[in-house]
Design a protein around this ligand. Sequence first.
Ligand code: ZN
Ligand code: ZN
Ligand code: ZN
Length: 197
Amino acid sequence: MEQMRSFGYICPKCGKAQVHQRSRFALSAAAARMECECEKASLQVETDGVRFRLSVPCGLCGETHQAELDAQQLLEGRGVGLGCPKTRQICCYIGEEQQVMSSVEEMTIRVEKDKAEDGEAFTDNVIMYEVLSELKEIAQRGGIGCSCGSKEYAMQVGRAYVDLICGKCGGRLRINAATDEDLDRLCCRMTLEIHGR
Ligand SMILES: [Zn+2]
Ligand SMILES: [Zn+2]
Ligand SMILES: [Zn+2]
């Protein structure tokens, strides 16, 4: 688990929160592309072995921002937030999974507040935040994985659900996040297994 780095951002096209994971090894070896399932935006990471160049789709202002980090910032430590120069808010967070998930939660709340006039982001905001924090706890225990054996996954947040998508085989597990029953169902789970393809 500690070999992995997580990347969080909000897709500017469809508004879904994205959490993607890559191993440190893969990040150092080759360029990475972390695409939203809407296929209209992706976070891109390139490296020359010393520095990392990132192209970050920004869910706050809708533009794409460029950033540069050195290997230590990207690969070590709790994490680093990248700011949106327009809104002066964090629009991307890279680091340990827990930090990234917390940061994505904050970003989602911020985006939602900005959109408050065009209606609610989630079917039930309270349930959604509870579900996200429950998922965070399960992830913290290392409880999320795929039946194909992979521990790599991406998370996408919709209006009434959270999808966990296997990073290896693309298998998908949908967690409903709209009602009290959805939350109860999740709270009694120790682990979550994505059904691999
Ligand atoms: Zn999208
Ligand atoms: Zn921005
Ligand atoms: Zn899988």
